[in-house]
Design a binder for this molecule. Structure first.
Ligand code: Y12
Ligand code: CO
Length: 175
């Protein structure tokens, strides 16, 4: 089932998500619904809070080629993540399904080491580089109630707020 994606400035996105303790069929169905929602919205990453559930779950499915194709085999489900090491710095033009139509260069760690659980509660450790590292950091920020726009400079954020409000007004008038 496709779930509605919450968009900025909904205050729900500021909520800090709770640790997952039960790895049951209810969680599995929710993760499946997150996947359907992300794929049907042309996303490559989604956190549970973006569909209104404040639990520490996120999914990432990076493109496998330059045409942007995605494969279920590459889907990564991450529960209760903890970044245990990080190094380097990199910039990438990020976008977010909860901030539609806005992309901006954001600084992140280049490489991270992540401890997390899978949908069955099994613990894993992963080293993530490049785009995967960026996507995971973006999604983990959602679990802590943070959006990538909060990393913008004061002047860029002001400009964003003005442009975003204008776009929202135009969309309301067109609907
Ligand atoms: C690098 C940087 C950030 C991430 C987080 C995951 N972000 C996304 O999946 C964003 C997807 C996105 C898709 C949109 O829809 C279409 O393009 C059709 C979109 O909509 C508009 O711009 C209107 C915005 C964002 C992962 C890796
Ligand atoms: Co996002």
């Amino acid at each position: 089932m496709r779930l509605p994606v919450i968009t900025y400035p909904d205050r729900k996105l500021k909520e800090v998500s709770k640790k997952i303790e039960e790895f049951d069929s209810k969680l599995h169905l929710f993760l499946d619904n997150m996947y359907e929602t992300m794929m049907s919205s042309n996303g490559i990453g989604l956190a549970a809070i973006q569909v209104g559930k404040p639990i520490r779950a996120l999914i990432v499915n990076l493109p496998i080629n330059e045409d942007g194709e995605q494969s279920l085999e590459n889907l990564i489900e991450v529960i209760n993540p903890k970044i245990i090491h990080f190094e380097g710095s990199t910039f990438y033009q990020e976008g977010c399904l909860s901030v539609p139509g806005f992309y901006e260069d954001i600084e992140r760690f280049e490489n991270i080491e992540l401890q997390y659980q899978d949908r069955y509660g099994k613990f894993h450790t992963m080293i993530a580089n490049d785009l995967l590292s960026i996507a995971l950091q973006h999604e983990i920020d959602h679990l802590d109630g943070k959006l990538f726009i909060e990393k913008l400079s004061y002047s860029r954020r002001k400009k964003f707020e003005k442009e975003y409000k204008k776009k929202q007004k135009e969309a309301r008038l067109a609907s």
